[in-house]
Design a protein around this ligand. Structure first.
Ligand code: HPA
Ligand code: ZN
Length: 330
């Protein structure tokens, strides 16, 4: 039985497998610049975040209807459930769809067709987190928050993703203030490719409750100390870091040192269709390659539930945590 866990850093568009991309392309009459799924998979050799994002945005153009978003999310939830995910907090990138003429309602209600049935179908509870593209303007982010107004009952929080360097968190101060005023939870990608200062800014200027990636905190001992003291959860994505060359090898990933330092780490899959593994695969890779002790693995699973936005359902969180404590980590 796979480790019971929550997934807190997962871009739903990053779960688009080549087979589904071709099926949706055919259904929607969209032409893909690849002959077949094999040729497409060969393009999954990335130099950095940008080279990945170029393909990620190109491929998601096959997503056009509510049914497409529902199929995408349902396929992810089935895979996640099979790999031990009990709870998933799912990012989506509305600006990437709005720019192509796909409305906010199509995206959110499409995803909801799958998320609303996820507990009964897959045994996975879910939350939705709407991300702003940081390489778009602050005005565009604010317009996106506006466009989401009719769907806020479906959305738990806001996040910040896409090309990091040159787009510091402070660019989005106002939209995060507006999101907080609407009662939305706040997270942001920071310290993936960007410098440690972006992590500090995400905390101090945007008021985030979790940092997505946060990997580069290890360069600043004072920042590590603060993150430990304030118990700020980091949603690490080790396989993503390898594929996007943020770290040289998985064996050299700083996760063990980060846990030893007392950081509240979680492990997640980020964009599993592109980076070679879903949540369970990621856990297995970390276990096998980094040689973490059983109690460290338990800590990672426990942290995933402690860091999840389950404040409105503490009974559920307690149930999940009890499952982690009862699990035999070997
Ligand atoms: N980083 C930044 N933006 C993203 C990512 C990522 O890993 N995946 C999808 N959008
Ligand atoms: Zn991410």
């Amino acid at each position: 039985m796979p480790v019971p866990k929550a997934e807190l850093h997962l871009h739903i568009e990053g779960t688009l497998e080549p087979e589904l991309a071709f099926a949706l392309a055919a259904r929607n009459g969209v032409e893909l610049p690849y002959a077949d799924t094999g040729t497409l998979r060969e393009a999954y050799r990335f130099q950095d975040l940008k080279s990945f994002l170029d393909l990620y945005y190109a491929l998601m153009t096959v997503l056009r209807t509510e049914r497409d978003f529902a199929d995408l999310a349902d396929a992810y939830l089935a895979r996640a459930a099979a790999q031990g995910v009990r709870h998933a907090e799912i990012f989506f990138d509305p600006q990437a769809h709005l720019a192509r003429g796909v409305g906010m309602g199509t995206v959110v209600e499409g995803l909801w067709r799958a998320l609303g049935r996820s507990e009964e179908r897959h045994g996975v509870s879910t939350r939705l987190i709407m991300c702003f593209l940081r390489d778009e303007s602050a005005e565009s982010a604010m317009a996106t928050l506006d466009a989401a107004t009719p769907y806020l009952h479906r959305i738990t929080g806001v996040g910040l993703d896409s090309a990091e360097v040159g787009h510091p968190p402070r660019k989005f101060r106002e939209v995060y203030e507006a999101a907080a005023a609407l009662g939305l939870r706040r997270v942001a990608h920071a310290g993936e490719e960007g410098p440690p200062e972006y992590i500090t800014e995400a905390l101090d200027v945007l008021g985030v409750e979790r940092v997505d990636h946060g990997l580069r905190c290890v360069e600043e001992p004072a920042l590590v100390e603060r993150l430990v003291r304030e118990r700020v959860p980091l949603t690490l994505c080790p396989l993503s870091n390898v594929r996007l060359r943020t770290v040289d090898t998985l064996a050299g990933h700083p996760l063990p040192a980060m846990l030893d330092a007392g950081l509240m780490c979680t492990v997640n899959s980020d964009d599993p269709a592109y980076f070679g593994g879903y949540a369970g695969d990621t856990f297995d890779a970390v276990r096998e390659t980094l040689g973490l002790a059983p109690e460290r693995l338990r800590e990672l699973a426990r942290n995933s539930f402690l860091a999840s936005f389950l404040e409105d359902d503490e009974e559920r969180r307690a149930r999940y945590l009890a499952e982690v404590e009862a699990y035999d980590f070997g």
